[in-house]
Design a protein around this ligand. Structure first.
Ligand code: AHG
Ligand code: MN
Ligand code: MN
Ligand code: MN
Length: 335
């Protein structure tokens, strides 16, 4: 029996009607993402059966070995967005430069740019562990009628008009926000529709899970080391549980439901950490704040950072508000 009967399609229409002057373009854009999500989901689900597991044979601009599903998901999301007359350009973790959509110059009239991490958690594909997709949407700031420019993609995260993620997990979900809270939709694979299953999602203010790749502990800054020791200390509701999947989307999703903190710090071997500001940190920070959580680079709000380059990396600490505040205290006091 399906207990939630409102579909994502109905939810999008209802929200659009609430804004009488809305043109429906953003709704159509989210619909494009919904469609691509189903296509990628179909491929992820049968990954062990068809020849789509394993390495693609190329290295991407991040210096990572691309997986076949990285390349497939990248193509499907770009195709789905190119087919609609809404998006003028796309930047992707898997593309060296941003992609200009301007067939016949018509798309130069389009208002939105999209930034994507097409497949998050690539290293988990071959071992049948949850992966995801992350997307971020901005209104362009360059004049309509001209090709999209780099500055359209380098806007601070606080200017996002929508952001979300898809999780290809035990069930497939879309979780997104257009600046009015966070809602989650679960795919019924038999029917091919997403249903509103998690309305108005909220990060618990406190939590008892910490998620970090502790294999890198020796390289972490002292403040982060001391905070991890705090998490492990027997006192009050501590020690906290350590949970690390290695897919940002999955780790974030669990922490938002149960209460927790995700950390990818800077370290002696990676000055700015690993995660990408534009495709990973900004969209997740936007969702976190919309759900009452907090996202920081250790000192400042992620959404206030003015990006300087497409593939910029940044230390990332995100989750339950009080846990992220405590982490910031440790970073400030334990230099
Ligand atoms: P991607 O698969 O899109 O390149 O992202 C991988 C990211 C993120 O999902 C995850 O949390 C992190 O890298 C894991 O990194 P480590 O293996 O260094 O812990
Ligand atoms: Mn990657
Ligand atoms: Mn990623
Ligand atoms: Mn990726």
């Amino acid at each position: 029996m399906i207990k939630n009967t409102r579909t994502l399609g109905e939810f999008i229409i209802k929200n659009q009607l609430a804004f009488p002057f809305s043109t429906g373009e953003l709704s159509s854009l989210i619909n494009g993402i919904r469609l691509a999500a189903k296509v990628v989901n179909h491929e992820v689900n049968k990954a062990g059966l068809v020849d789509i597991l394993g390495a693609y044979g190329e290295t991407n601009i991040q210096g990572e070995k691309q997986q076949k599903l990285d390349v497939f998901a990248n193509e499907k999301f770009i195709q789905a967005l190119d087919n609609r007359e809404i998006v003028c350009g796309i930047a992707s973790e898997e593309e060296e430069d941003f992609v200009i959509l301007n067939s016949d110059d018509k798309k130069n009239q389009n208002k939105y740019v999209v930034l994507i991490d097409p497949l998050d958690g690539s290293s988990n594909i071959d071992v049948n562990v949850s992966v995801g997709t992350i997307f971020s949407i901005y209104r362009r700031i360059s004049p309509l009628g001209s090709p999209v420019q780099l500055k359209d993609f380098l806007q601070p995260g606080k200017d996002q008009v929508a952001a979300g993620y898809i999780i290809y997990g035990t069930s497939t979900m879309i979780v997104y926000s257009t600046g009015d809270g966070v809602n989650g939709f679960t795919l019924n694979p038999a029917i091919g529709s997403f249903y509103l299953s998690h309305p108005n999602m909220k990060f618990p203010e406190d939590g008892s899970i910490y998620s970090v790749n502790e294999g890198n502990y020796v390289h972490f800054p002292n403040g982060v080391k001391q905070y991890i020791k705090y998490c492990q200390k027997e006192e009050g509701n501590r020690p906290y549980s350590s949970r690390y999947i290695g897919s940002l989307v999955s780790d974030f999703h669990r922490n938002m439901i149960k209460g927790g903190i995700y950390m990818y710090p800077n370290s002696e071997i990676a000055n700015d950490g690993k995660l990408r500001l534009l495709y990973e940190c900004n969209p997740m920070a936007y969702i976190a704040e919309q759900a009452g959580g907090k996202a920081s680079d250790g000192q400042s709000r992620i959404l206030d950072i003015k990006p300087t380059e497409l593939h910029q990396r940044v230390p990332f600490f995100c989750g339950s508000k009080n846990m992220v505040k405590k982490l910031e205290e440790y970073i400030t006091t334990c230099q």
